[in-house]
Design a protein around this ligand. Sequence first.
Ligand SMILES: NC(=O)c1ccc[n+]([C@@H]2O[C@H](COP(=O)([O-])OP(=O)(O)OC[C@H]3O[C@@H](n4cnc5c(N)ncnc54)[C@H](OP(=O)(O)O)[C@@H]3O)[C@@H](O)[C@H]2O)c1
Length: 289
Amino acid sequence: MHQPRRLGTSDLTVGPLSYGCWRFAGTAVDEARAKVETALDHGMNLIDTADIYGRGGAGFGAAESLLGDVLRAAPALRDRMIIATKGGIAPGVPYDSSRTYLIEACAQSRQRLGVDIIDLYQIHRPDLLTHPAEVAATLGELVELGWVRNVGVSNYTARQLDALLAHAELPIVTSQPEFSLWHLDPIDDGVLDCCTQHHITPLAWSPLGGGEIANDHAIGAALDEIANAHATTRTAVALAFVLGHPSRPVAIIGTQRPDRIAEAATAADLELTRSELYQLIAAAGRHLP
Ligand SMILES: NC(=O)c1ccc[n+]([C@@H]2O[C@H](COP(=O)([O-])OP(=O)(O)OC[C@H]3O[C@@H](n4cnc5c(N)ncnc54)[C@H](OP(=O)(O)O)[C@@H]3O)[C@@H](O)[C@H]2O)c1
């Protein structure tokens, strides 16, 4: 069984699976509430969103607003969830992690979510044009202001995270890379090693490759073979693969179907063997001489 994860060195503990709100904007509040409640009921207490989720559809801020609407309809849910959101993607720019931008972005996220304090605030993508000292100082300021409990990053390379850590006076508790059998890079590009080195919890986004995993023949065949051996499903095996990495990632799933949220939750009870994990790595195309 995959144990709950402490978020870095924080005092927050979350289930090994998390629910992500990227695809969730544009639906009715009742429908959104059903997804969030199903996730919470299945131990996914980290709810991950971002200010930009909804752009291209219901609009920038729409996913945060919808989660805020769910909380306004059912305020008791707030105590059951750890809210993670992100800022720093500025439409048309495209990235801005300057102090001026992030302070305003975070203020607006709090407003849309309807919360005084955000449990985890993440820099969504590295801003190549802001000095890491300014980013670190701004994250510290957000905590000082009482707007944010903990801070993290997303889509940072190991070197970018190192550069931020060199200036940070507060712990960076999470790093959110894309990580799945569909996108294995973090296992050997240093991102997950950087997490273990600095006691940072990886939050793996698109752990099913956004649904693409099923389209890869070799990966699909290996998933089916292992799923049959454990009397479980492909999805559970693909998620258990992510959870099985020694950096102890949290896998952020994104299905819009409550039945699939429940199916994904079974991965928390599925521990793959060392040879099964390597079988999957090989099926995903890594040469293992
Ligand atoms: N930091 C970043 O830059 C970043 C980027 C992308 C995502 N994220 C985070 O990661 C979260 C998850 O991303 P994701 O939605 O791409 O994750 P995912 O769980 O890998 O993919 C979910 C997609 O796969 C489809 N799918 C097909 N078969 C499925 C099955 N058997 N079980 C479950 N899903 C199946 C789902 O469709 P149905 O809805 O029809 O089931 C949905 O479209 C996001 O919500 C967000 O919080 C972060």
